[in-house]
Design a protein around this ligand. Structure first.
Ligand SMILES: C[S@@+](CC[C@H](N)C(=O)[O-])C[C@H]1O[C@@H](n2cnc3c(N)ncnc32)[C@H](O)[C@@H]1O
Length: 376
């Protein structure tokens, strides 16, 4: 039987996972709060737990509530002014844990009200609770209607035990829902079983992938690539994973979004935690680090590999404009600035020229001014 995460103090690995959830949501939330085309933001925590560990550390539902208010409660004022609707939807299968969660959330709101100048709280009626099995919940028409409503922005947190709740069908529902970003958790203890699922073994055979349990660092990359293979070829979609090592255990987070800005923001969080590859807390590419004899000033293995690929794709005319280059960097899990550095080098070396107005835009790339690249 799985150990109840809320019945002891969170481990360091869990704390790092929660820190990434927090930062990821913190980046996502203001984008949609300020989006005039979005009338409602719905934040789902599908495996919410009871809200705290035995030492009083806050779990994901309270983290989401705190970030939805803002560190200075700045978002409460914004919600009030803009008449936006923000909903926090918590699901926890165990009824007793769901009830405990409701008490913990109410306590958090009461505490907050003590320092609030308003009598009413914008979050008084914003929190909804369910105690359903996620596999039943995800089949419900009402949930699917909401997920598919393009006027609503949805953030879906899936902090499952193990792995099995996010199967191909669930993944496809999530990636096909508009304005829906999600992050899910994978515990390495399930990895062995993942590699024996029939759809997965078929994919491994087709792609000639060998699944090395002995190389757990690679596991989440392989799993992410498996999910990537489920995305229809004509669909623009971004997926990135982050591996957390704690002792001999490896955990993974996979984030998915259909918007470049969503991935830019998630990658910012990942590269903050891993300045070498933006992918793990365990030097996933075995880079030499600052202070080591073979440390490379030009950048980590990951940055060098992606730069080399970009250069080659530009010179072979596979990438013909800045948007394609910026998106390629993003798809490889690099911040788009990598593309800007590459194109700058190629211009200086007189290998390419620019048709149109050159710009160095590497943020908010969806609104970057387009220019074309000519190979000289
Ligand atoms: C990893 S814990 C989540 C911890 C929570 N995110 C936190 O930060 O405290 C997973 C939670 O999902 C619940 N759970 C397990 N199976 C579930 C299912 N099929 N549907 C919904 N909840 C489930 C467990 O009771 C447990 O509280």
């Amino acid at each position: 039987m799985t150990k109840d995460i809320n019945k002891s103090e969170f481990t360091e690995g869990t704390k790092l996972k929660l820190a990434i959830f927090r930062e990821c949501f913190k980046e996502w939330y203001p984008v949609f709060l300020n989006n005039p085309y979005v009338s409602r933001l719905i934040i789902y925590d599908m495996f919410a737990g009871s809200g705290r560990d035995t030492a009083g550390n806050v779990g994901s539902p309270i983290i989401l509530l705190q970030e939805a208010m803002g560190s200075e409660k700045q978002y409460c004022a914004q919600i009030r002014q803009n008449n936006k609707s923000v909903i926090l939807a918590f699901n926890e299968k165990e009824e007793s844990k769901r009830n405990e969660l409701e008490c913990n959330i109410k306590r958090e709101i009461i505490q907050c009200k003590k320092a609030c100048p308003f009598n009413d709280c914008v979050f008084d009626n914003a929190c909804h609770y369910a105690h359903e099995d996620f596999s039943d919940l995800i089949q419900k028409e009402s949930l699917l209607r909401t997920l598919n409503n393009a006027k609503y922005a949805k953030f879906v947190l899936l902090d499952q035990y193990g792995f099995k709740q996010i199967n191909d069908e669930v993944f496809l529902k999530l990636i096909n829902a508009p304005k829906t970003d999600f992050i899910f958790f994978i515990a390495s203890s399930f990895i062995k079983r993942f590699s024996t699922l029939s759809a997965v073994t078929k994919y491994f055979r087709q792609e000639n992938v060998s699944f090395e349990e002995s190389n757990p660092k690679e596991c989440h990359r392989v799993i992410t690539n498996y999910f990537r293979s489920l995305i229809p070829a004509n669909k623009e979609y971004y997926l990135h994973s982050f591996t957390i090592q704690k002792g001999s255990n490896y955990y993974g987070l996979i984030f998915g979004t259909n918007h470049t800005l969503g991935m830019e923001k998630f990658l910012r969080v990942c590269w903050r935690h891993d300045t070498l590859a933006g992918e793990s807390n365990c030097n996933i590419n075995n880079d030499f680090q600052l202070g080591e004899l073979f440390y490379q000033l030009e950048g980590s293995n990951k940055k060098q590999d992606v730069s080399k690929e970009l250069k080659q794709k530009i010179l072979s005319k596979e990438i013909t404009n800045n948007k394609e280059g910026l998106k390629y960097a993003l798809k490889c899990g690099c911040e788009p600035k990598v593309y800007v550095d590459v194109i700058n080098g190629l211009i200086k070396d007189k290998k390419v020229s620019i048709d149109g107005q050159f710009n160095k835009t590497a943020m908010n790339i969806h609104s970057a001014k387009l220019y074309n690249i000519s190979v000289i």
